[in-house]
Design a protein around this ligand. Structure first.
Ligand code: VGL
Ligand code: ZN
Length: 199
């Protein structure tokens, strides 16, 4: 069984959004075209409450794109984004959601961010995605979405740690690339055994 896992294809990560990723909207037609060739399609949605601890605005005097020591380790502080129920948190209108078997929402705990679709940034709290995929007999994942160097990379590495065969299709991903994070994440994914394809 093969699953397509589409990471955070949301308005706030597309041009005009609160945490816009260059070209984020360009990947939607390609992802739509891929869906029918998979046994399962899973979409993830970054889904933060107002005042989430990953927002710079929640920490006095802190600027977005700096780091902050949380009790679970270092965390990048972001502009407010993907607030539950907002237009920014909605799936991009060009994405066809009809074939989605499941939607996993993450980052809902006010105190803990969740880049990965499998485990929150405390690295222990599961989202339930592993249970869903294993119960459906799925061992082979293809990951696409936003952003390559944060939520896609953390999901791909966690998927390897949970025993999946993992493919990443770069042409259906776009990166934030903060302080060289794209190259770092590509190396970490390769080291973890993620199969990275350009096209
Ligand atoms: C993401 C930063 C903050 C992502 C989510 O989807 O890559 N990045 N929240
Ligand atoms: Zn987020």
């Amino acid at each position: 069984m093969r699953a397509l896992v589409v990471i955070d294809p949301q308005n706030d990560f597309c041009p005009g959004g609160a945490l816009a990723v260059a070209g984020g909207d360009e990947i939607m037609p390609k992802i739509n075209a891929m869906m029918e060739s998979f046994d399962l399609v899973v979409l993830t949605q970054d889904w933060h409450p107002n005042g989430h601890s990953s927002f710079a605005s929640s920490h006095d005097g802190a600027e977005p794109f700096t780091t902050f020591d949380m009790n679970y380790g270092s965390q990048v502080l972001w502009p407010d984004h993907c607030i539950q129920g907002s237009i920014g948190a909605a799936f991009h209108p060009d994405l066809n959601t009809d074939l989605a078997n499941a939607v996993i929402r993450k980052g809902m705990n006010p105190e803990v961010d969740s880049y990965s679709a499998f485990l929150e940034n405390d690295r222990t709290t599961p989202t339930g995605l592993d249970g869903f995929l294993k119960e459906r007999g799925c061992a082979n994942l293809t990951l696409v979405g936003l952003a390559t160097d944060y939520c896609v990379a953390w999901s791909a590495i966690d998927a390897r740690n949970h025993g999946y065969h993992v493919n990443l299709l770069l042409s259906a991903c776009r990166a934030i690339n903060l302080n060289g994070s794209l190259d770092i994440s590509l190396k970490e994914m390769k080291d973890a055994g993620v199969h990275i394809a350009e096209q």
